[in-house]
Design a protein around this ligand. Sequence first.
Ligand SMILES: NC(=O)c1ccc[n+]([C@@H]2O[C@H](COP(=O)([O-])OP(=O)(O)OC[C@H]3O[C@@H](n4cnc5c(N)ncnc54)[C@H](OP(=O)(O)O)[C@@H]3O)[C@@H](O)[C@H]2O)c1
Length: 275
Amino acid sequence: MVGRTVVITGASAGIGAQAALQFARQGDDVVLLGRSPTKLAAVSDRIAEATGRTPAQYACDFADLSDVRATGGRIAATYRVVDVLANNAGLIAPGRSTTVDGHDLTIQVNHLAPFLLTAHLEPSLTAAAAARVVTTTSAAHSVGWLDPDDLDFERRRWSSWRAYADSKQANVLFTVELSWRLRQTQVSATCLHPGLVRSDFGRGNRLFGLVKRLSPVGFVAPSQAASHLVRLATAPEGLAVPGGYFDSARLGAATSRATDPDLAARLWAVSERLT
Ligand SMILES: NC(=O)c1ccc[n+]([C@@H]2O[C@H](COP(=O)([O-])OP(=O)(O)OC[C@H]3O[C@@H](n4cnc5c(N)ncnc54)[C@H](OP(=O)(O)O)[C@@H]3O)[C@@H](O)[C@H]2O)c1
């Protein structure tokens, strides 16, 4: 099947930009989301050059939920059918920072914003013959200790890694709950740890920078990580395990905390309230 409508967040760089190119090369219509219009235009130009088709671009800052709401609304109104939603944008914040919505930046960009965007696109996803939501998480989910009653670290000690690990655990829990909620539809949800990737990710984070410098061989190219995302969004294995966690090309094992259905339901309820 080609000619799918594929919405990709974090499409301005790294894994998302490469995935957009790969989807477009397969003949899919990609819809690019990123916060920088300049970076989006550069990715769009590269895709147009490679395929002869210019993708749609939406500048949207996930650090502002009103922007996510407005963009989600515009995309839903424009695309009555969305076949693939790749919730891929993400960051590890170099320092503690609070968004205009009053949330921890990492939790908002990595979890609350894609939660809200997915809600806006749900009618378009359920209108597709068979849609998929693929969320880019991380193996870092395994060291997260997400507390739905303290997502923003008001009562716990904050560190960039704790916030990141919690946000990536939220990605897995979101996938579990989304899959359960949409079990009677043709929409399937999975999540992906893309491996350690030589992208811009972690810029400004000293620990991640150090890991990258010390063990460059463990890192894969963004195009390789993107190929796992594209496969999960298109190949039959992406449907085999609803709510599943994939580690690069293989089915992986997320921690029991990240797949706990009660925690997933609690996180969903809190996320609905906060967005
Ligand atoms: N790289 C790794 O080793 C690794 C490992 C495990 C998981 N991951 C996950 O993979 C995903 C993609 O990361 P990557 O490696 O491709 O990193 P990247 O090159 O830094 O790309 C991240 C993307 O997210 C976007 N983004 C960041 N903050 C945003 C905001 N406020 N609003 C909207 N978009 C925003 C970035 O936009 P800008 O271009 O404007 O910055 C960029 O398009 C992330 O979810 C990350 O957690 C990465």
